[in-house]
Design a protein around this ligand. Structure first.
Ligand code: PAF
Length: 282
């Protein structure tokens, strides 16, 4: 496995691989790898000749009061894990390499799918995501790119960008990986104290209760949303950010529960913001 820090070198390697007829799978990450990332790499490994994993904590997608400075970083450990999972190239540029002095070009998906949920709580976040993702696509020339379902809104917005801009990359969304007790894996879980770690379980528990309601026949999205909200609101240590019950394809509002449905929530446990979701077809 090679670690590449320069855009020009990564681009040269990718273009060369494409000329040789090799298929490239990109796994974009911000590092601090966990089993969720490794499952993306394993899926990509099965479907492509070459795997590139990007490891870049993208300053553009963090708000001024968010955790960019403290976001966990351990590139040496990441490189070992990536290599044993079958990554061929790690692309790990610096912020200056990605956004040099005078950088001023941004990619922004607009409309309802970015105005709700994380887009509402984190203004500018998805503009940062789509900008870096398109740059990564242009640098690494992937045939396929792999995103986790935990960031369901991100995957939907990236897919929309790719469709609208005719970007020749297939977006593949891989299932959420959870701890045995149900907590979705996230690099931010490392921020949780042992007490907060237990309190955080209210998030998957509330979403599962919403899903169970639907499986028992509830068709009113508002009732499901209220049920999830009431569980979270009465859970110790949890501060609610949002709960949504929306269309799982485009995050549009539902008048009734039917087809692809996404139950999504974000909460603060102490200072840590956690997101989770359950998608189902009714
Ligand atoms: O999901 C993430 O880790 C990031 O948002 C991504 C896609 C790597 C872009 O920085």
């Amino acid at each position: 496995m090679e670690v590449i820090k320069k855009i020009a070198e990564m681009k040269e390697i990718s273009l060369c691989l494409k000329r040789e007829g090799k298929s490239i799978g990109l796994v974009p990450t911000m590092g601090y790898l966990h089993e969720g990332h490794l499952s993306l790499i394993k899926t990509a490994r099965r479907e492509n000749d070459i795997i590139i994993m990007s490891n870049f904590v993208n300053p553009l997608q963090f708000g001024p009061k968010e955790d960019f400075a403290t976001y966990p970083r351990d590139p040496d450990r990441d490189n070992k894990l990536a290599e044993s999972a079958g990554v061929d190239y790690v692309f790990g540029p610096t912020s200056e390499e990605m956004y040099p002095q005078g950088y001023c070009t941004y990619i922004e998906v607009n409309g309802p799918m970015v105005e709700k949920m994380c887009g509402k709580s984190r203004p500018g976040h998805f503009k940062g995501v789509t900008t870096v993702v398109l740059k990564l696509f242009l640098i690494t020339q992937p045939d396929r790119a792999y995103f986790g379902q935990k960031d369901a809104q991100q995957a939907i917005i990236v897919r929309k960008m790719v469709t609208d801009l005719n970007v020749p990359v297939k977006i593949i969304t891989c299932p959420i990986v959870r701890e045995e007790d149900g907590l979705a894996l996230s690099s931010r879980n490392t921020y949780l104290s042992s007490e907060e770690r237990i309190q955080a379980l209210a998030l998957p528990r509330a979403l599962s209760a919403g899903r169970d309601m639907i499986l028992k026949g509830e068709t009113d999205p508002l009732k499901v949303k209220q049920h999830i909200t009431s569980i979270l609101a009465s859970s110790p240590g949890i501060r609610l950010d949002y709960v949504e019950v929306v269309n799982g394809d485009d995050l549009s509002d539902l008048s009734a529960i039917k087809g692809k449905v996404l139950l999504a929530a974000a909460v603060y446990v102490g200072k840590t913001r956690l997101i989770d979701n359950i998608d189902l077809e009714v």
